[in-house]
Design a protein around this ligand. Structure first.
Ligand SMILES: [Ca+2]
Length: 268
């Protein structure tokens, strides 16, 4: 009897588990969003030693912020040949993270120092700093607020003048909070976010935190040289005028201009 009861319990647990899996699958299928692959349009050089944490395209130039203590910097770079036109090294104490430009100012996050550096865009001279209560990962700008990722599933919207949070959203897909949101870019009303240590970029609705679509960049890292075991996709830059999309990675030897290709989802 005892053995039969144990078997029945095991069976009912198995059934419950299968039902939960099924429900989860249905939920995901129900919330299935468009998926994109990519086509490489152009390939440009990228410094394989750069531990890319922030990337943007502004008035014809790339701006890049890099991380690691002792290797963190802010640079203005020529897209075509990768020449560094202007650069500033951070003190050994700081691990640089995401960057963004608002007006004449460049903001640069630090990872765990709770400091946000502010520089003059033209000279890279320091013009101030702000306190950030959370970790600093990625940074973007929607025309009103700086958008901050901090390694969790939360995106915070900060006042550029004070860096005080004004509101936040949790990024969710199929009922699950999605954390590890890294480098960001604001493109046509959406927040695009690299998910750290994956080949995915999420396109996020900034009003709700919902995922509108998913970009799968699998295979792109195989089209360049990787400079370390930490070399992962990280870095999205949008040329709004030219409508060009650039991506690169930490310790990648190239930066790519890509075009998105919608993937047909069979049977859904
Ligand atoms: Ca960016």
């Amino acid at each position: 009897m005892g053995e039969n009861l144990t078997i029945r319990l095991r069976r009912s647990r198995t059934l419950l588990f299968l039902l939960m899996c099924c429900a989860s699958f249905l939920l995901q299928a129900q919330e299935q969003v468009p998926r994109y692959g990519y086509k490489v349009i152009n390939t440009y050089p990228h410094n394989i030693n750069s531990f890319t944490q922030g990337l943007l395209y502004h008035e014809g130039f790339l701006f890049e912020g890099t991380g690691k203590n002792g290797q963190s910097s802010l640079s203005k770079i020529n897209l075509d040949d990768g020449e560094v036109l202007m650069s500033k090294n951070l003190s050994q104490r700081y691990f640089g993270e995401g960057i963004e430009i608002v007006g004449e100012k460049i903001y640069q996050l630090t990872w765990q120092s709770h400091l946000v550096f502010v520089y003059d865009k033209s000279s890279f001279d320091s013009v101030g700093s702000h306190y950030n209560a959370t970790e600093g990962w990625g940074l973007a700008y929607d025309g009103e607020h700086l958008i901050l990722s901090d390694g969790t599933a939360t995106l915070q919207f900060m006042d550029p003048e004070t860096f005080a949070p004004q509101r936040s959203v949790q990024v969710e897909y199929a009922g699950n909070a999605i954390s590890q949101l890294n480098e960001l870019e604001y493109i046509n009303g959406e927040v695009w976010a690299n998910v750290w240590q994956t080949d995915y970029i999420l396109r996020i609705d900034p009003a709700t935190g919902g995922v509108n679509s998913i970009i799968d960049l699998s295979g792109l890292s195989e089209q360049t040289q990787l400079g370390s075991s930490e070399a992962v996709l990280n870095g999205i830059a949008w040329d709004a005028e030219g409508k060009r999309l650039f991506v690169t990675g930490k310790h990648w030897a190239h930066l790519f201009e890509i075009e998105l290709l919608e993937i047909e989802l069979a049977g859904l």
